[in-house]
Design a protein around this ligand. Structure first.
Ligand code: GLN
Length: 483
């Protein structure tokens, strides 16, 4: 039962062949079985889940079933959940219990969702492997000695291992797509502004976006139906109507114009990854799309540098709020306010978070602002314009999600730059505010490879349609790890 998709489970629930309590118990059983090896959950909300499941069963009995009613979901631990610890996998928020729900959580609740727990992540979503979690490292269900990707590694690993039916993640530079690729699940980073960020613990506010991690594309569309849309509590939320995202799922790609930007087949990319993605693009061509293999986006090469100025700058401002006074960890040591604040931040933040705060503070300081932050913002505009131009000719751009398959735990911790490079293919998309999806597209020696499909702003339907057609023609998504 725990291996069901949302749409399969919904059919069974509606037909009364399955109850939400049974489904929830199946997931909880699976959690207890594999969690000692996977470590995807920071908190398991067993009691709450069973209560919500019972309530969902009552609603379903009354014929009141939403497609998400009674279906277990795992929430990344940087989204506020009322009355439930929200740690951001940081010592700073280890005991933080939010007094309110994030908008996405509220919307899922309104659909009758069953929250099964909170997912491990890189501390404050800074990282690509969950090794930056201050709590513990999540392991990849496809090979337990490898990372699940990050920062939404707990969410992706749990979906792949069948511990939950689906999950929510957040993506600032690749944190939904890269772990989706590493765990062979589907992950969508919506257009900036499509999904409310209210109640998402801020990392880099102009880049952060919440999205689904699911077992297939249909589920991804169903979750988008529930979480997307205007929210007056998020001032950057887009006031656009939301379509029914399942309506666009067809298997005919006739008329679709695809571009393949050559800069995304970067130097140092694993050969098997490039080969698998080229084969996947051939498949899209077979399905009716026209493909231009010679697209060039020359400013892609600056995206990583731009990201590592802008994201840390915004992070340094956002994380200033953790001063040991308002909420979160508070060191009582020190004789003055400043000393107490220093001790609080010294203990509360891990090394990567401190590195980002230092980089960001430096880039924003009076003497360097123009040289770094302002320059980065200008290049950001150029990168966005380059994408805009490409989308005059193409409906979608297709690239690998990551340059490699999942790497070994410990392999890159000593070298932050190597770690940063695992997001070269995903970062530019956040810089430009575009939507992009990662879907399973093959394996190399049993390790997953993800394909990224990028679209123009608010073209999630085109992405879902392209992904769906490929998925239905290939069935990589049906493979499950043997854990
Ligand atoms: N890996 C990137 C970083 O460390 C992106 C993280 C994310 O998307 N949250 O910043």
């Amino acid at each position: 039962m725990n291996q069901l998709t949302i749409h399969e489970a919904h059919q069974l629930l509606k037909a009364k062949q399955l109850s939400s309590v049974e489904l929830t118990k199946a997931c909880l059983e699976r959690i207890h079985q594999v969690e000692p090896e996977v470590h995807a959950f920071v908190t398991i909300t067993e009691e709450l889940a069973l209560k919500q499941a019972q309530r969902a069963d009552e609603l379903i009995a009354k014929g009141d079933a939403n497609p998400l009613s009674g279906i277990p979901v795992l929430i990344k631990d940087n989204m506020c959940t009322k009355g439930i610890r929200t740690t951001c996998s940081s010592k700073m928020l280890e005991n933080f219990v939010p007094p309110y729900d994030a908008t996405v959580v509220e919307r899922l609740n309104n659909c009758g969702a069953v929250m099964i727990g909170k997912a491990n992540m890189d501390e404050f979503a800074m990282g690509s492997s969950t090794e930056n979690s201050a709590l513990f490292t999540t392991h990849n269900p496809w090979d337990l000695s490898r990372v699940p990707g990050g920062s939404s590694g707990g969410s992706a690993a749990a979906v792949a291992a069948g511990e939950t039916i689906y999950a929510l993640g957040s993506d600032t530079g690749g944190s939904i797509r890269q772990p989706a690729g590493f765990c062979s699940v589907t992950g969508l980073k919506p257009t900036y502004g499509r999904v409310s960020r209210y109640g998402l613990v801020a990392f880099a506010s102009s880049l952060d976006q919440i999205g689904p991690l699911t077992k297939d594309v249909t589920d991804c569309a169903l979750v988008m139906n529930a979480i997307a849309g205007y929210d007056r509590r998020d001032s950057t939320s887009a006031p656009y109507p939301i379509p029914d995202f399942t309506q666009c799922l067809t298997t005919d790609l006739k008329g679709l114009r695809i571009g393949v930007p050559k800069e995304y087949f970067v130097e140092g990319m694993q050969a098997e990854v490039a080969t698998a993605i080229r084969a996947a693009i051939n498949k899209l061509e077979e399905l009716g799309a026209t493909v231009d293999w010679e697209v060039s986006l020359p400013h892609t090469r600056y995206a990583l540098a731009v990201y590592y100025i802008i994201a840390p700058s915004e992070a340094s401002a956002n994380l200033a709020r953790y001063d040991g006074v308002k909420y979160g960890f508070s060191s009582q040591e020190g004789d003055t306010m400043w000393e107490a604040m220093e001790k609080t931040r010294q203990y509360g933040f891990g090394p990567e978070v401190k590195r980002r705060i230092m980089l960001g503070t430096y880039a924003l300081s009076a003497g360097y602002y123009d040289a770094y932050y302002l320059k980065a913002q200008k290049v950001r505009t150029i990168i966005r314009q380059e994408f805009d131009q490409a989308f005059e000719k193409f409906d979608a751009l297709v690239t690998p999600t990551s340059p490699t398959v999942p790497f070994e735990i410990g392999e890159k911790v000593a070298d932050p730059l190597q770690m940063y490079l695992s997001d070269v293919c995903t970062l530019p998309i956040n810089i430009a505010g575009l939507p992009a999806i990662s879907i399973p597209a093959g394996f190399a020696d049993g390790l997953p490879i993800g394909m990224q499909i990028i679209g123009k702003p608010f073209s999630e339907e085109t992405l879902l349609k392209t992904a769906y057609a490929y998925e239905q023609a290939t069935e990589w998504y049906k493979r499950k790890p043997k854990i």
